[in-house]
Design a protein. Structure first.
Length: 430
């Protein structure tokens, strides 16, 4: 980090310059002596970027720096005095080599200047939003967002003197009509849960520029492998690292990526909220990201094949998957997703919720569990899991009908998955 400040025009009588006149070059990072491999593809970035090979021991791969604090020295004190605490090892809640390493890998995959990892997806979402809001602020968001996010926006913002308007995630006219003089943020999920509606990102970015708003996108369902949101003009992208980024159903985490300037504003909010990621979880996440691109290829491929199978089954009423021509936004999917349509499928089965529960009991491979993005297929009913906090009326309003099943397609052999669904559906309709 460049420690120098540039004195431009205005000075106070004592010779010091005003805070607003300070100019300091922000570099990407913060980072260890590790490369991002920016000129390479996602497969190579997943394996190599951000990895810290210890020069003292020759250990290949980032060690787990399981410590809470670090030796202080002159450089540390200078960083604290100059407001550069994020760029020095001081205290693990502020930063840790294990965090920096996985953050660099994420930044490489997101094409971002900087990233932060959090202890959960909700820690990432709440810290990011609160960092850019103040009393009286307003957010425009989607009626289809994750239940935990909906609860935070609907229940908690009011306590801070803030407000939110929920709109359709696909109707730009309705979204624009909801913008007020005090609106600060457009916050949407790129692919909605559970009906896989596609948010028109370029349209949101246009609205953001028109009204001088921050556009923040939750890209958990798509990930940077399928769509790099920052390349489309989004200001900040958040992910639940619990899902595809980790992919092994063994940690909870969240991420935010964007310009160094904006991410630096989120870091103090992280410190206040206390949602930093533990060094061991950072190690697990970096390890998992090494196979990220490989896994995502299989998730995408398996989901498309299974969606085609389900759509042609006589007992399946409807399939929601952007890669199918029957999807209401298939043309937008072709433009925005370019064939990378995610590993998520939702579908409605004849016989309503009773048959849906029966199918889940009969399937041998998909595990009946909440969450998504694991190497194993995970299956659940949205009405009593991800959208359980909504009333029946609210569920119906966003399209959650009886018999709706959400499936996170894993990386199992696709023929085995299709065979399992065939036997399960056949059994419950005997």
């Amino acid at each position: 980090m460049n420690k120098s400040y540039q004195n431009i025009e205005h000075k106070r009588q004592d010779g010091s310059i005003w805070f607003n006149d300070l100019k300091r070059k922000r570099e990407a990072g913060p980072k260890l002596q590790a490369k991002r491999y920016e000129q390479f593809g996602d497969e190579t970035k997943s394996v190599h970027s951000g990895q810290y090979d210890d020069p003292q021991t020759g250990a290949l791969g980032t060690p787990i720096f399981q410590c809470s604090t670090f030796f202080l020295n002159k450089t540390s004190y200078e960083a604290i005095e100059e407001g550069r605490g994020r760029d020095e090892m001081i205290y693990t809640r502020y930063g840790n080599p294990s965090q920096w390493s996985v953050q660099e890998k994420l930044s490489a995959l997101e094409n971002a200047e900087s990233s932060i990892v959090f202890s959960s997806g909700m820690a990432a979402i709440s810290s990011t939003l609160l960092a850019f809001l103040d009393k009286g602020s307003h957010i425009v968001s989607s009626r289809d967002i994750y239940g935990g996010t909906y609860n935070f926006l609907y229940e908690d913002l009011d306590r801070y003197g803030m407000s939110v308007t929920f709109t359709s995630p696909t109707d730009l006219t309705e979204i624009e009509a909801a913008i007020q003089e005090n609106t600060k943020i457009l916050y949407f999920e790129a692919l909605t849960n559970p009906l896989l509606k596609i948010v028109p990102i370029e349209g949101l970015v246009t609205l953001g520029k028109k009204y001088n708003l921050r556009v923040i996108i939750d890209n958990t369902f798509l990930t940077p492998y399928n769509v790099k949101m920052l390349d489309l003009g989004v200001d900040l992208v958040v992910n639940s690292a619990t899902k595809y980024l980790n992919g092994h159903s063994d940690l909870i985490g969240g991420t935010v990526s964007g310009s160094r300037k904006l991410v630096d504003r989120i870091w103090p909010q992280l410190l206040k909220n206390g949602g930093s990621m533990d060094p061991h979880a950072c190690f697990l996440l970096e390890r998992s990201l090494k196979t990220f691109a490989l896994r995502m290829k299989t998730h995408n491929s398996n989901a498309l094949k299974l969606a085609n199978y389900l759509e042609n089954h006589p007992k399946i009423k409807r399939v929601y998957y952007p890669g199918l021509p029957s999807h209401e936004q298939h043309k937008l999917a072709e433009q925005q997703l370019k064939g990378k349509n995610s590993g998520m499928i939702s579908f409605e089965i004849e016989g309503g919720d009773a048959k849906a529960h029966a199918l889940l009991n009969e399937l041998k491979l998909p595990k009946e569990a909440t969450s998504l993005g694991g190497v194993e297929s995970l299956i659940s009913l949205p009405y009593n899991t991800s959208q359980a906090s909504l009333t029946k009326e609210q569920q119906k309003a966003i399209g959650i009908n009886d018999g709706l099943i959400r499936l996170s397609v894993g990386i199992e052999d696709i023929e085995d998955l299709i065979t399992d669904f065939e036997q399960g559906i056949t059994t419950i309709f005997k």
